[in-house]
Every structure is written in structure tokens, then in C-alpha cells.
Design a protein around this ligand. Structure first.
Ligand SMILES: Cc1cc2nc3c(=O)[nH]c(=O)nc-3n(C[C@H](O)[C@H](O)[C@H](O)COP(=O)(O)OP(=O)(O)OC[C@H]3O[C@@H](n4cnc5c(N)ncnc54)[C@H](O)[C@@H]3O)c2cc1C
Length: 615
């Protein structure tokens, strides 16, 4: 292992040619790095909102018996509390850089704590932005000093795109405005909208549905309350239980307030900078500009009807090959056969197919509580009478309030499918509607899914290996009309299939790598079935090699053109985002896919600055 200081020196000495056109490469050891007094001036200019990063588990590395440490340990897997802190990511992968880390053992947090608590990929300093002005001043500062910028909201990103070692981080989580417009006309446009919601960049799904529910509206959020809906969700896609009814989050957008690389605050919509608006509706967060406000279509609240079924599989322990398991085959086939009708009728689905059990939710927002019962009657009969299933829970439920539906999904059997505070590997694929239209297509689809389960269970050694997730929560009834830059593969798809596995701090790198490899291999049968197809950019394999086509499809070239127009110097850059600098950009060394050894964040504890910031 080359010592870090030497690595920094090597990078420093690299001629511009080697780094190609990569900008914003200033490192703490270089002369371009701001002096303590420049940092202090900058801090004053943003009203003292510069912060020193404290990794989430730091109190435990200081004193494992402290109350602060016990609090961290108790909430280590809690998504909302992780999101509310700059010093944590939802997935541990992205807090680590090489051997630098400050992790706890997720399942037994107070054990095995030794060594130094290091920043890993977290920035040493971050700006806690509250206002657009904080954002523009930060953009000007990083440009002046050629510092790498990262933008973090809740830190849910499964590619770690919201953290970059040795960057200055802009934390948007506290931009918490909420508002409602009975009537709204986007700036410079003639179109009139009714019932438009307006949120600041840091509003979470839970904050949004709670606020708008009291006004009688639904918001197109995803499965989890802690995800930020204006950041990666609202700029990269955003699927959820209302997807088949109203489309993706990006479909609801009517206007964004953004700050572009030139420091300009812009109101973008279908009339002002329409190319940028198009790109930011699906082309991904962290790529085009910093979004400060998001205006979007609300929908009148109606009851949420749910058919919920959970069952164990008889003799599951005897199954050695899922491709030969009749119960799995019959269940997934029945699901696939119903899917077109359900999707056409706005039913959303969450289905978790485990090696030894299944959990299936079919969800329909509607005033008519009978429609879902009639649409799922055959499915209910099939599941209820299947000799290979031991039903554990089965119910038709109606939730008058969206928040009550979300509370229901917090039961462990459902919520555990979105576990955080652990290391995660995942890979996904969008499965086109045509596959569901013939017997042969369905057979191929089911074959591929069961092969995926088999591969995941054979190669994967982590928690969750062998389980396949099937989401029917996309925009199945919403054509794009060239309005959004989202991956076109979304539009024609009925299922998003995801395979993955979980690792813990105690797992050696080899095991983490093998869990990652297993996720990538498990999705291959789905890829083989969908040549030229794609994957949701927020729920894929960060190691994907064909990332442009896979995550952006045929929109990539146009997305790149818009990127170059509004961000010619590459101020905004993230892992496998549009305009990605490439794996060998030293600022991506923590991913372990480049020629460079990992270069973790330098702590940068300049005493007088720390004192000023922490006072
Ligand atoms: C447990 C869990 C459940 C999930 N469920 C769903 C689901 O049901 N449906 C779904 O569609 N997705 C889901 N996701 C994926 C989620 O949409 C993405 O992780 C998304 O990127 C999160 O956005 P964020 O802003 O909250 O996270 P962050 O990690 O903070 O940011 C994500 C990306 O957006 C950028 N960004 C953030 N804010 C801004 C801003 N203001 N301006 C510009 N760029 C910004 C960041 O730089 C980063 O590139 C889930 C993820 C997890 C971990």
C-alpha cells in the first residue's frame, strides 16, 4: 500500500494531460487550496454555515460507553436519523474509502470498535445551505479555488453520488420550504396549472405527504419517507405507489428554481431554458445545477386500497435450485399473467420473492374499494389455495390517509426490504411490457427471474442473497411526449426487478466484493432478455460498465449536450452520471475501480477555522 501522503504528491505532480479535461482537482496539500483565512472569509460570507464533519459513529470511537455512542448505536439502522446528519450515508459503502472508515457493526453496534474514526469519503467541511445565496456563494468559492464540489441531500444514493472524498460538500437537507399554489403559471409560460406543490431542495417524502395530506392532496413519493423528493428522486425518476396512476415524480414537475454553474439563479420550465428543464427531469441529480426549489403537480387525495399477502413456502429448505421450484415458478408466473391488467388499471405492486417466503402488496388509490378486490380476486384465490404456501397474513385494507398506508408499510416484513445502515450491493432491470403479452414472453421472463434468484443465492453470501424484488410502481400509463429526460426504458416497462445483498463491517473486502459481483451476475438473465434495455439510474449496479445506455438509454447524447451547454467546465460531476469524468479521475479512487489507490478525505483540522466554525 502506497502511503497516502505519497499518493497525494503523485497526483499533485500529474501533468494536466494525464487528467485530461478533468477540472476541480485541487487537493488539501496543494497551493490552490484556500488558506485558513480564505476559509474564514468564505464562512462569514455565508453567515457562518460552514461546518466540520463528524462521522456518525465518531462518539463510539471516542468513548464506547458514552451516552452519545449509545444513541448512535440505537439508531444505527434508522433511515430518517441517518438522513438528518451530513456525517452519514444510508449505505455504509459510501462512508468508506480504502481502509479509512468510521463504521459500526450494524447488527451489534457496540462491538468490535477499534482503530481511528476517519472520514472515508465524507468531506472534511460542508456548507449547511439554507438559502439560494448560500449555494451561489459556494459555487463561486469552489470555482475560484478549483475545489471539487459534492451535493448531498439525504445520502440515499446507491451509487454514493452524494459524497466525494476531498470535495467541499453542499448539504441541501435543511432547505425545508413548503408551499401550495391553488393556481400557477410557470414563469414566461401561458399554461395554467391548478394545485401545484412547492418544496425546498431538502424536503423528504414524509414531510411532503404529511404537509399536503392536510390540504387534501397526494404526492407521488416512493416507498420510504426519508428519501428526499427534490434531489436524486425528483431529478432521476421517482417511482412509487402512485406511479401507475400519475407517473414518475419527474412527470409532475412544472418548474424548478436552480443555480447553474455560472452562478445564475434560474426559474426553468417548459418555456425558460426548456432544454435544461427537460434534462433535469430524469437526467439525474448532481449533474446540471443545484436545484433549490421544485414545483410539481399534486393529486386529490383518495383512499389507498391494498391487497396484502405474506406466506411461507413449504419445504423451502429442500430447494436447491430455484429454477426447478414449482412454487416459485407458479407464483411468479401468476404475478406476471396478472400484471398487464393490473398496471392498465393503475394498480401498483411491491413483491418480494424470498427463497422461503413471499410478500406481495397490490395497491390501488381509489374511492371505490371494490375495484381492487375484483382485479385481484383470481390472484387471491390462487395464493389462498396454493398447497405450497403457508399463509401468514392476508388482508384487503383501505387507508383513508396516505400517512396511514405508510405506517402500515413500516411493519418489519415490508420495511426490512429497504434496510439501511448496512453495506449494500444491488442491480436492477426494467422489464418491457411486450414480455407480458404472450405465454412465451412470460415463460422467458419467469425463467430469467428464477435464474437470477439461483445465481444470487449460489454466488451471494450476504444477507438478502437469493431474494428477488419485483416493483410494479413505474409510469405504466404515462407516455413521455419528449417532456422528460428520464431513461425511456421506464415508459414501456411493467416491472423493475432488483437483486442485491447486504454486507456488514465485519465482512472482509473479498466478501463485500463477492456480494457485489453476485448482484451483477444475478441480473444478467434479465439483461439477456432485454437487449438495449435499461435500468433505473437510482437502483442499479454502480459497477455497470455500459452505464450510459443502461441508465440513460437513447437520451444520453442529448443529455450530454445539455450538460456541456450549462456546465462547460464540469463543476457538477458524479459517478456514472451524465458527463462522468471516468473511473480514473482521482476523486473517484474510493470506488476501487480505477488505477489509483484510494485517496480518502484529509481531516483538514485547521485549529483556528475549526474553532470559528464550531463556536
Ligand atoms: C431505502 C431506500 C428506498 C428507496 N426507495 C425508492 C423508491 O421507492 N422510489 C424511487 O424512485 N427511488 C427510491 N430510492 C432511491 C432514491 O430515489 C435515490 O437514492 C435518490 O438518489 C435519493 O435522493 P436524495 O436526494 O434523497 O439522496 P442523495 O444521496 O442526497 O442525493 C442523490 C443525488 O442527487 C444529487 N442531489 C441531491 N440534492 C440535489 C440538489 N438539490 N440539486 C442537485 N443535485 C442534488 C446528489 O448530488 C446525488 O447525486 C430508495 C433509496 C433507498 C436507500
Amino acid at each position: 500500500m502506497i502511503p497516502r501522503i505519497l499518493l497525494l504528491a503523485v497526483i499533485t505532480a500529474l501533468p494536466a494531460l494525464v487528467l485530461g479535461s478533468v477540472n476541480y482537482t485541487c487537493l488539501p496539500t496543494q497551493n490552490c487550496w484556500p488558506t485558513s483565512s480564505e476559509w474564514q472569509t468564505f464562512n462569514r460570507s455565508i453567515g457562518g454555515k460552514l461546518r466540520v464533519t463528524h462521522p456518525r459513529a465518531e462518539p463510539c470511537y471516542d468513548d464506547v460507553s458514552s451516552t452519545a455512542c449509545k444513541d448512535v448505536a440505537t439508531g444505527y439502522l434508522a433511515s430518517k436519523s441517518r438522513a438528518s446528519q451530513y456525517g452519514a450515508m444510508e449505505y455504509l459503502n459510501f462512508e468508506v474509502c480504502g481502509s479509512d472508515q468510521c463504521l459500526l457493526n450494524s447488527l451489534d453496534p457496540l462491538t468490535g470498535i477499534h482503530g481511528t474514526c476517519s472520514l472515508g469519503r465524507l468531506s472534511a467541511y460542508y456548507v449547511e445551505a439554507h438559502y439560494a445565496d448560500d449555494v451561489s456563494k459556494t459555487l463561486a468559492f469552489v470555482q475560484q479555488h478549483q475545489i471539487r464540489l459534492s451535493i448531498k441531500n439525504t445520502g440515499h444514493d446507491s451509487f454514493g453520488r452524494s459524497v466525494t472524498a476531498n470535495s467541499l460538500a453542499l448539504w441541501t437537507y435543511n432547505m425545508k420550504d413548503l408551499g401550495y399554489h391553488k393556481a400557477f403559471t410557470p414563469s414566461g409560460c401561458k399554461t395554467h396549472y391548478q394545485d401545484i406543490g412547492e418544496i425546498g431542495a431538502g424536503i423528504s417524502a414524509e414531510e411532503a405527504y404529511t404537509f399536503f395530506e392536510t390540504l387534501g392532496f397526494h404526492v407521488t413519493i416512493g416507498a420510504i419517507g426519508s428519501v428526499g423528493i427534490a434531489g436524486g428522486f425528483g431529478q432521476g425518476g421517482g417511482h412509487g405507489p402512485l406511479g401507475p396512476s400519475y407517473g414518475l415524480m419527474v412527470d409532475q414537475a412544472v418548474e424548478f428554481e436552480v443555480i447553474t454553474a455560472d452562478g445564475q439563479l434560474r426559474l426553468i420550465n417548459e418555456c425558460n431554458d426548456p432544454d435544461l428543464f427537460w434534462a433535469m427531469r430524469g437526467g439525474g441529480g448532481g449533474t446540471y445545477a443545484v436545484l433549490t426549489r421544485y414545483k410539481f403537480q399534486l393529486h386529490p387525495a383518495v383512499p389507498i386500497n391494498v391487497y396484502s399477502f405474506e406466506a411461507g413456502i413449504f419445504g423451502a429448505s429442500l430447494i436447491h435450485d430455484f429454477t426447478k421450484s414449482m412454487v416459485h415458478r407458479q407464483v411468479v408466473t401468476a404475478l406476471a399473467k396478472n400484471q398487464t391488467t393490473w398496471s392498465n388499471n393503475h394498480v401498483a405492486g411491491y413483491n418480494f420473492i424470498y427463497p422461503d417466503r413471499i410478500i406481495s402488496l397490490q395497491i390501488l388509490p381509489s374511492n371505490d374499494t371494490e375495484i381492487l378486490k375484483s382485479l385481484t380476486a383470481d390472484w387471491n384465490n390462487f395464493l389462498s389455495s396454493h398447497p405450497g404456501l403457508r399463509s401468514a397474513q392476508k388482508a384487503y385494507l383501505t387507508f383513508d390517509k396516505f400517512s396511514d398506508y405508510i405506517a402500515f408499510t413500516r411493519r418489519p416484513s415490508i420495511a426490512n426490504n429497504g434496510i439501511v445502515g448496512v453495506g449494500l450491493a444491488e442491480a436492477g432491470r426494467l422489464m418491457p411490457r411486450e414480455l407480458f403479452s404472450t405465454e412465451a414472453g412470460i415463460e422467458n421472463l419467469v425463467d430469467a427471474f428464477l435464474q437470477g434468484m439461483q445465481i444470487s443465492s449460489t454466488l451471494g453470501t450476504g444477507l438478502g442473497s437469493g431474494t428477488g424484488q419485483i416493483y410494479a410502481t413505474g409510469p405504466s400509463n404515462h407516455i413521455d411526449n419528449t417532456k422528460t429526460g428520464v431513461n425511456p426504458a421506464w415508459r414501456g416497462s411493467l416491472w423493475e426487478i432488483v437483486f442485491g445483498g447486504v454486507w456488514l463491517k465485519t465482512d472482509a473486502q473479498e466478501k463485500r466484493d463477492s456480494i457485489q459481483h453476485a448482484a451483477g451476475e444475478a441480473i444478467k438473465p434479465m439483461k439477456d432478455l432485454t437487449p438495449g434495455g435499461g435500468c433505473y439510474m437510482n437502483e442499479g449496479d454502480w459497477m455497470e460498465q455500459d452505464w450510459q445506455q443502461t441508465f440513460f438509454g437513447d437520451n444520453y447524447a442529448q443529455l450530454l449536450e445539455v450538460k456541456r451547454k450549462y456546465d462547460p467546465t464540469g463543476l457538477f460531476n458524479c459517478w456514472k452520471c451524465v458527463g462522468f469524468n471516468g473511473e480514473d479521475d482521482p476523486f473517484y479512487s474510493c470506488y476501487g475501480q480505477s488505477q489509483n489507490s484510494p485517496i480518502p478525505s484529509e481531516p483538514l483540522r485547521v485549529p483556528e477555522l475549526v474553532q470559528q466554525i464550531e463556536l
